[in-house]
Write a new protein. Structure first.
Lengths: 408, 271
């Protein structure tokens, strides 16, 4: 039984996928039956500080990641409809509608989810999560901790950092009350070190696609990002990303790309269209285009953690994630990605569900094109709710855009 | 709003812009300390542009705005007693004028209006009393529509209406501290977190005090925080015996007549 020969196919599947699936299956098994493993479960936002949870032996579960799963498994529309039947507007974030619908209806890709022991909400990704988590706190009648990270337009000011850091201390006290055990500095340092290593590995993995051809397309990153979101702070994320990185480095040595044909290199902005990843990937490949990087997966390359001052360092990192920074930062990031990855253009997903990510895109597009001389395309969709997506129209837009880009 | 602030800054059309970051958590002393620094920065920035803001001038401004709120509160009370004197549309226009007029002139006009309006009941109002809950209402015509359907608006908690009454500032002590305190002492916006039941509690209290028989949620697209709160608010109020109606609206409205029919049916149900 040898390894799969992927060298001749149009898309080269990663060998690590098998290990990835095993890892995530194990994670979801523990998340579904935490009591079997003696675990308390906290539902936490994707930008929430997970390291203290691991320090306290609590398993984090991510409703947004679950929403992505609902989208990818095409269950999201029916789950959203359950939420809508209870009065939740269709204009609300579809991740939230999926999660609320799943809780109300007792359905979803994992079936009935166990009630969380408590909730942790950080608004560094958006303000929607405040309301979403308030709803779930009322529904489940469980404690809610809210970490407020004020938006950073220009620079992170001292009083803002102090505010976030003081709340992190408050968070630790909250965890001690809930878990009825003292906070372990030693375990916290260990979890922080693992987090640092995992995000460093993830960053290095993404940067490998600066090579031509890109060994790891953005569509691969959308799948393989799950451990950095759900298992950041655990040894499993470190283990998996070491393995994945090795495979990708081997691809670079052999000059193998994720796709056999790479005529146009593009950057993606915004959350993926979870229910159409495979199809979009095929469409782009058909026209010789490859997404080599994106702003979403690279959001989990947190700035360097100083293990000498982990609390301050984590506070700084969580307060300055991509979505909590002003437009000039977003422009700089996109321009940097375009340059570092030698991109020929970019595609922006104007995401109906994510106003935070999408509001400034028209200005962002104009500025990035001005600064890089490269064209951009905006397509309209929703990250989880396929009712807000017109795939034929989007394909036509992509075809036109790619052809124009090739001619430049 | 934070995204809009970025766009304004990018366009560079405003000669001066300060982004005041009100904390999203208003249930913590940590947030208070943070907000105090933000307000101090705002004061300093304004002083660099416009001159010193003395404690006395701040105190005077607080007194003026409190007086405006007091007079508006009196106006709402008179509307409850005798709705025939002023339509809901006119009240909405009066409240909106307060955002644009010279404030001294505005409070004088309010005072004069109240002086000619007796504060006793002339005759029992016939229309069904309802409480209007929602966000910013751009067009005062919606109030006319509600009244044409047979209802009278006895109170509201609209951002562009009665919600300002929750923001009265303490008049003694340090004025800057008083300005900070008022954000923490009352629930004023669903974008802020003050406990998971804060919105329900204050809305129920105001509905009870208003004497309303039912609640109309008048929600402009797209105030996400309010739309998130709406289902639990509805269930809570209905469990307390207050029928509710949701009107999702936008301007210009394409479905005015449909809304009117729904309003008429709701009012009939309450009669």
């Amino acid at each position: 039984m040898g390894k799969k020969d992927t060298s001749q196919k149009s898309y080269r599947e990663l060998q690590s996928l098998t290990a990835y699936r095993r890892l995530m299956k194990t994670y979801y098994l523990i998340a579904k039956y935490p009591k079997w493993f003696g675990k308390k479960v906290a539902w936490i936002t994707s930008g929430g500080p997970v390291e203290p949870l691991y320090a306290m032996g609590v398993l984090p579960f991510y409703p947004e990641n679950y929403g992505a799963m609902c989208g990818a498994s095409r269950m999201s529309v029916s789950l959203c409809e359950v939420a809508e039947s209870q009065g939740y507007s269709r204009d609300l974030c579809s991740y939230a509608r999926c999660d609320i619908g799943s809780s109300l209806g007792g359905r979803g890709p994992l079936g009935v989810l166990p009630k969380p022991d408590f909730l942790v909400c950080g608004n560094n990704i958006c303000g929607t999560v405040i309301k979403w988590y308030e709803i779930q706190a009322r529904a489940f009648q469980v404690p809610l901790f809210f970490l407020d990270t004020p938006f950073v337009y220009n620079e992170l000011e001292d009083h803002t950092l102090t505010y976030v850091q003081n709340q992190m201390k408050e968070y630790i006290s909250f965890l001690e009350r809930i878990t009825k055990r003292p906070f372990s500095e030693k375990r916290f340092l260990k979890a922080s070190a693992r987090s640092l290593e995992a995000v460093s590995l993830w960053k290095e993995i993404l940067e490998l696609s600066r090579n031509r051809p890109a060994p790891f397309a953005a569509f691969d990153a959308f799948i393989h990002m799950a451990p950095i979101v759900t298992l950041r702070g655990s040894r499993w994320a470190v283990w998996y990303y070491r393995k994945l990185k090795k495979e990708l480095e081997d691809r670079v040595k052999r000059g193998e790309g994720a796709f056999a044909r790479e005529e146009i290199r593009l950057i993606w902005d915004n959350i993926p269209i979870w229910y159409d990843i495979r199809n979009l990937s095929k469409i782009l490949f058909k026209y010789g285009a490859v997404l080599v990087a994106d702003t979403y997966t690279s959001a989990w390359t947190l700035r360097s953690l100083d293990l000498g001052k982990p609390l301050e360092s984590l506070s700084r990192s969580y307060a300055t994630v991509h979505l909590n920074l002003g437009l000039e930062h977003k422009v700089a990031k996109m321009v940097d990605l375009m340059q570092q990855y030698q991109a020929d253009g970019f595609i922006m997903h104007s995401n109906r569900s994510c106003k935070t990510y999408s509001l400034n895109q028209y200005d962002l597009k104009k500025r990035v094109s001005e600064l890089t001389g490269k064209p951009g395309l905006i397509i309209e969709a929703d990250h989880t709710d396929s009712r807000s997506y017109a795939p034929i129209q989007v394909e036509k837009q992509i075809w036109t855009f790619v052809e124009l880009t090739k001619k430049r | 709003m934070k995204g809009l602030a970025d766009i304004w800054a990018l366009k560079g059309r405003l000669s001066f812009q300060f982004n005041l970051m009100v904390p999203a958590r208003l249930d913590s002393p940590l947030a208070r300390d943070y907000f105090k620094t933000e307000l101090e920065h705002l004061k300093e920035t304004l002083e660099n542009k416009l001159g010193i803001i003395s404690r006395e001038s701040l105190q005077e401004a607080i007194l003026l705005f409190n007086r405006i709120r007091e007079q508006l509160s009196n106006l709402y009370s008179r509307m409850c007693l005798d709705p025939s004197r002023l339509s809901g549309k006119a009240l909405a226009q009066i409240v909106r004028a307060g955002y644009q007029m010279d404030r001294e002139h505005y409070v004088n006009l309010l005072t004069r209006l109240l002086e000619v309006w007796p504060d006793r009941l002339e005759e029992k109002p016939l229309k069904v009393p309802i409480f209007l809950s929602g966000n910013v209402v751009h067009s005062a015509d919606w109030f006319s529509l509600i009244e044409e359907a047979g209802a009278r608006i006895v109170h509201d908690d609209l951002c562009s209406g009665g919600r300002t009454l929750r923001l009265t500032v303490q008049e003694h002590g340090d004025p800057l501290e008083a300005l900070i305190d008022r954000y923490f002492n009352t629930f004023f916006c669903p974008t802020k977190h003050q406990g998971i039941y804060a919105h329900q509690e204050i809305l129920f209290k105001e509905v009870q005090e208003s004497g309303a028989k039912g609640v109309i949620f008048l929600l402009y697209k797209y105030c996400e925080p309010y739309y998130f709160d709406y289902p639990d608010l509805k269930r809570f109020l209905e469990a307390k015996g207050y029928p509710t109606l949701l009107l999702e609206i936008e301007d210009p409205s394409q479905s005015r007549e449909q809304v009117k029919i729904r309003l008429q049916a709701f009012v009939e149900m309450l009669t």
